[in-house]
Every structure is written in C-alpha cells, then in structure tokens.
Design a protein around this ligand. Structure first.
Ligand SMILES: Nc1nc2c(c(=O)[nH]1)N[C@@H](CNc1ccc(C(=O)N[C@@H](CCC(=O)N[C@@H](CCC(=O)N[C@@H](CCC(=O)O)C(=O)O)C(=O)O)C(=O)O)cc1)CN2
Ligand code: MET
Ligand SMILES: [Zn+2]
Length: 657
C-alpha cells in the first residue's frame, strides 16, 4: 500500500515481473457504466491509463534488476482493448484515461511509452471521444509536447490550480480540433472558487481551444475533498459561505459553463464576490501576534545548541535505558467502547467527569499492559484522540472542523481533515493534562505525543491565501508552546510525529529542496528550545526515504521511529550505502497494517539485519506505526514477541562481549 501521489489516499501497488500474465478479470468499469445508464445517466468511464498503471507498479520480490515495468506494455494493452471495446458496445461515447504520472519528471524512454501505447490503442478507441487527464502539478514542457501529439486522443485535461505553468504551455500552443478540459475548480481543497477569476481564465482559453472545444472541469477527481456542505450543521454561516465541498464544486463548474455560454447567473456570481470579500476582510482570519512572531523567524535558523551525540549521552544518564530500548508509536487499539465514550461526550450525553474518568481508566489499562510486557518507553495510547491531526485542529485557533467532511484514506478508513482558515494560535495546552496523568501512573518514561507542523499541514485543508510555508511556521510555533509546556510538566521524552513529511514532497524534483527546507525547519522550531536532557522523538510512516535521508538527519531529532517492515527493509539499504547516522533510530520491526502476528524469530531476524548496518547503541525496537487500527488480541501477542525478540538479542550481545 502506498500514497496516491501527494494525497492522503492509498492504493495497493501491483507487483509485476517478466512472467506476469494479464487477463481481463473485473468488468467493474463496464457494469458501473451500465448501472448508471439504466438510471438515465450517461457517464464517461474513467480508467487508469496503461502507462501510469505500469509506472505506478513495482517489480515483484526477486525480479531481476534489469526488468523494466514498461516492458509489459505489449501484454497489458490487449486487456485495455477488450475493456474499451466492451465499453463502446455498452454505449459509451466518452472514455477517460488518467495519466497523472505525466506531471512527474519522466525520461525520454518513459515518454516514448505514451506515444506507442496510444498508437497501439488507436483502432480500438476509434469512434470514441478519448480524454487523457493529468493532475496534481504542472506538466513539464517535454511531456506536454508528447501528450498533445498522441494519436487516437481527442481531449486533454489539466489541473490549472497546481499547474500555473501548464496554463502558459496551453496558451503558447494547443492542437487544433481537440477538446481542452480546463481544471479551474480546485478538487483538492474546500474553498469556494474565485468564479470571476476562473471565468476570465476560461474566456482566454476559448480563444485557444475554440468555443465549442472548451470543457469546464475540476482540477482532479473529487475524492480528495469533502462531500457536501449541506451536511454541516455546526459550521457557522460566515465560514460556510467561504467553502465549497464536492457537491458545491459541481455547481460551480456548471455555473462557469453556463456563464461561458452567455447564461451567467448574476445573483450566484455576486454572492460569490461577497463571500470572497468577507473571507478576505474577516477579522477572524488575522492574528497579529502570530504574524509578528512568524515575521521575526525570517532568515534565522533554529537548532538545538548541543549536538545529537552529546544530547543522547545526557539523556541516557537521566533515562538509564537498556540497550535496544523498546517502545511503541503512540496509539493503542481504538475500541468500540472508546469511540462510544468520545461520541457521547461530544453529544453531551455524558459529563466531563464521566469522560475524564473513562479515559483515565483506559490510559491506566494501557500503561499496565506495557509494564507487564516490559516495554521501556511507554505511551498513553491516545484514547482521547479521534485522529492525530483532527484532535489538534480542534484545539488550535484559526482552524474549523466539520461534522461530516470525511475523505477516504484507504479501504473503509477515512479522515476528517481540519480546515485552516486563519492565522494559527494555541490558546491552551492541548495534551499536557493527559500526558501528566499518564506519567503519574508509572516510573518508566512516558512519551509526550504530538503531531508535527508539516503533518498537520499536509493532512488539513489549508488556506490558499498565503504560502503554505507561512502556515506551517505558524503551526510550528503552536506546537513549540506545547513542547515547552510538556517539558515544564516533567515529561522527559516528547515524540513529534511527522508521518506526512515525505508525502508533502512536491511531485517535481525542482521543488523538493525548497519544501524540505521549510518543512524541516518547522520541525526544528518546535523543539529547538528544550534542554539537552529532554529527548525528542519523531515518527514517519511510508519508508520511501532514501532520497531525503539528509533532510531527515537535518531534522536533528534524538530518535526517529520509521516504517520499515513493509518495504523489505529498503530503508536499511541507505545505511548499507554508508550514510552516517548518529541519532537514535527505530526501523519498525513488524507491519501493523496487517492482523498477522509476527513471531519472535522473525522479529529477532529483523533486529539482527538492522544491527548489521546500525550501531547497537543507537538502535530502538518498535512496530512500524501506531496500533489504533488493530485489536488487543493482535497487539498483545505481537508486542510480547517483540519484547522477547529484543531480550533474546540483548542476551546474544551480552555474551558476545
Ligand atoms: N489524518 C490521518 N491521516 C493518516 C493517518 C492518520 O492516522 N490520520 N494514518 C495513515 C493511514 N490512514 C488512516 C486513516 C484513518 C484511520 C482511522 O482509523 N480512521 C477512523 C476514523 C477516525 C475518527 O475520526 N474517528 C472519530 C469519529 C468517528 C465517527 O464519527 N464515527 C461515527 C460512526 C462510526 C462509529 O460509531 O464508530 C459516529 O461516531 O457516529 C472517533 O473515533 O472519535 C476510521 O476510519 O474508522 C486510520 C489510518 C495515513 N494517513
Ligand atoms: C500515522 S502515524 C501515527 C502516529 C501516532 N502517534 C499513532 O501512533 O497513531
Ligand atoms: Zn505512522
């Protein structure tokens, strides 16, 4: 499972090899087309394009290094032909191929695959209108040239929100007689569109593509945004007037198309102008104090005064941890009972007192389990949190949150991203009460548990009226206050999760350095002020890190726990290559996304593999990620085996001395 580009949506990565045989297995695209048609709706079926499909796959385990995914093009295209022919027979007149990999940095060989793939499909596609859709970023000039010269294709779609430079490419040349799908309404966000601005963009594009060939569209699929504003009872009317969820975006698209056709709904456009003006001038958006502090950050670096190895020494004197310390990532299973308690408290069906006592009981249960398991650095289990981002959003100012703004993350797992509409402040401590309570229940170190600025940013709907880095710095300052309060409350180990740092990475390499600079800087801002003896942990999931390892080192955390077990220890290869890593590191020893319980032997084997490339004194033992989606019947035996494996290795290490 991996992230779909820079969204919070996940897909299962196909694993392919030279002997992979494709066959037409699922007729879902056709049956759904027919289902809609019976209801009187003629849809444009959407398929992932063949080249993106292959480029987003990976070579299966054990496949030779020389294997090229694109070598399978010839064997997958016949299946595409079958699907297309069946769709045509069912009555489809349009078909859409999503080829979002076209916004990445592709080489000539990859670009050539697009040309040959669509040439090969041309005959099957004849008689259909064929749209190739790209999204999420600017399309490079070379790729634009390839795309707009494809045979058999009648329409091209572009994300004009994230693709400002694409707009220039379109204006400088667009093939005549082709449709232009102009993605002017943001599909990745919840803000009402600036309709006047979009209309003027569209009018200028009419001159390029021709009046009858311009199609108004959203910038991408609407699956990454919330569904319908109508379901929001608690959001106040002022903020609501600034927003458009998927259902409202469709209305915007329609209104723009009508306006282009000379049927402008003046009242609707006027209401939009008023809403934008209210958003711009509302005092709720501005927090001058925060702006001042952020302005003062400019140009300065923020680093802890002492280097990491000296800090680790100071921390070890205080914490006195065993070699290969064991810990978990933060959350423990979110039971039905816990969800019920949170729900009833939110609905004011139970009192604050009852709520606090229920959560306290849960924390004490989690602490006891960890002590019995003999884990070294404990967590409180996060029972008070609906989600690691939403929980903080609910307590920070400048944030609004929805009742029903669910967005799919994977399978049936969903998130409700908070909405950042204004300058971010932290009016009150957010976690200190619970962390202090948890620490009071044990003599072992209890980790304070926070979500880092880049992750809060990347998993929220972010205001689009200032640069993202500005908002990130504001969040960093809020988290900094929390870190300092936790430290003052006697918490000695503080974990600041940056689960989504990697996935916020821009899709184009030329933009990586700038993003990493401000995202990593934001992280350092949160903890640069703590004492040497306070141990700062961070955690990341999805271990595609080898290319950003230097940025990870530059975060300067004392300990990082990082997903590792689902990628065949790919993470460790960077250390094989000799990257010097001096901070503590806990590459996950088992996959928490699966109900499978790892054995002691396999965990011990993993730890040994890690010891082959990492120093004994910096290695930590922990699962890949938080345990909230698992059951206690899975978590207890898995952690039992994790601790046994650690003890086994400790004995080996002691006798080897
Ligand atoms: N934001 C975010 N992104 C992330 C992750 C993450 O943890 N957070 N993890 C990675 C994997 N993605 C994940 C995304 C979601 C969940 C997850 O467990 N989501 C929960 C919902 C979380 C939540 O907000 N729960 C609330 C409220 C749930 C709710 O409203 N439930 C309804 C009905 C269902 C019920 O009763 O249980 C109700 O109460 O009326 C709570 O428990 O307090 C779920 O789908 O079940 C896990 C992993 C990557 N991206
Ligand atoms: C998606 S990263 C999760 C980190 C969080 N502390 C947890 O354990 O759930
Ligand atoms: Zn994680």
């Amino acid at each position: 499972m991996t992230k779909w580009f820079d969204t919070n949506y996940h897909f299962i990565v196909p694993e392919l090899g030279p002997s992979t045989k494709f066959s037409y297995a699922s007729h879902k695209a056709v049956s759904e087309y027919k289902e809609a048609k019976v209801l009187g709706i003629d849809t444009a079926p959407v398929l992932i394009g063949p080249v993106s499909y292959l480029l987003l796959s990976k070579p299966a385990k054990g496949v030779e290094k020389s294997f090229s995914l694109l070598s399978l093009l010839g064997s997958i295209l016949p299946i595409y032909k079958e699907v297309v022919i069946e769709l045509k027979a069912a009555g489809a007149s349009w078909i859409q191929f999503d080829e979002p990999t076209l916004v990445k940095d592709l080489d000539a060989h990859e670009l050539a695959a697009f040309a040959s793939a669509y040439a090969e499909l041309e005959l099957a596609l004849s008689g259909l209108n064929v749209l190739i859709e790209t999204y999420f970023a600017d399309i490079p000039a070379e790729s634009y040239k390839t795309l707009t010269s494809l045979s058999g294709v009648t329409a091209y779609g572009f994300d004009l929100i994230r693709g400002a430079k694409t707009l220039d490419l379109i204006r400088s040349s667009f093939p005549s007689g082709k449709y232009l799908f102009a993605g002017v309404v943001d599909g990745r966000n919840i803000w009402a569109d600036d309709l006047a601005a979009s209309l003027s963009t569209l009018q200028s594009l009419e001159a390029v593509a021709g009046k009858d060939k311009l199609v108004v569209s959203t910038s991408c699929s609407l699956m990454h945004t919330a569904v319908d504003l109508v379901n929001e009872a608690k959001l106040d009317d002022e903020i609501k007037s600034w927003l458009a969820f998927a259902a409202q975006k469709v209305v915007e698209v329609n209104a723009l198309a009508k306006a282009l056709a000379g049927q402008k709904d003046e009242a609707y456009f006027a209401a939009n102008v008023a809403a934008l003006a209210s958003r711009k001038s509302s005092p709720r958006v501005t927090n001058e104090e925060v702006q001042k502090v952020v302005a003062a950050l400019k140009g300065s670096d923020h680093r802890r005064a002492t280097n990491v190895s000296a800090r680790l020494d100071a921390q070890q004197k205080k914490l006195n941890l065993a070699v290969l310390p064991t810990t978990t990532i933060g959350s423990f299973p979110q039971t039905m009972e816990l969800r019920r308690v949170r729900r009833e408290y939110k609905a004011k069906k139970i009192s604050e007192e009852e709520y606090v006592s229920a959560i306290k009981e849960e924390i004490s249960k989690v602490v006891k389990i960890q002590e019995e398991l003999d884990i070294d650095v404990l967590v409180h289990g996060e029972p008070e949190r609906n989600d690691m981002v939403e929980y903080f959003g609910e307590q920070l100012s400048g944030f609004a949150f929805t009742d029903n703004g669910w967005v799919q993350s994977y399978g049936s797992r969903c998130v409700k991203p908070p909405i950042i509409y204004g300058d971010v402040g932290r009016p009150n401590p957010m976690t200190v009460f619970w962390s202090k309570m948890a620490q009071s229940m044990t003599s072992r170190p209890m980790k304070g548990m926070l979500t880092g600025p880049a992750t809060i940013l990347n998993w929220s709907f972010v205001r689009n009226d200032q640069p993202r880095f500005e908002t990130c710095y504001q969040i960093a300052l809020a988290i900094k206050k929390e870190v300092e309060d936790l430290e003052a409350a006697g918490i000695q180990v503080i974990q600041i999760d940056e689960a989504a740092l990697r996935e916020g990475l821009p899709l184009r390499k030329s933009e990586h350095a700038f993003y990493l600079d401000w995202a990593v800087h934001s992280f350092r801002i949160t903890n640069c002020g703590v004492q040497d003896t306070t141990q700062i942990h961070t955690h990341m999931c999805y271990s595609n890190f080898n290319d950003i390892i230097h940025s990870i080192i530059d975060m300067d955390a004392d300990v990082i726990t990082i997903e590792n077990s689902r990628s065949d220890e790919k993470l460790l290869s960077v250390f094989h290559e000799g990257v010097k890593y001096g901070a503590g590191i806990g590459p996950g020893v088992y996959d928490i996304h699966s109900p499978r319980i790892p054995t002691t032997e396999e965990i011990a084997d993993r730890i040994n593999k890690m010891l082959a490339v990492l120093d004994t004194n910096i290695l930590w033992v922990n699962p890949d990620c938080g345990l909230k989606t698992r059951k206690y019947t899975e978590v207890k035996p898995a952690l039992t085996n994790m601790v046994s494996a650690t003890k086994l290795i400790r004995t080996q290490l002691a006798s080897a001395k």
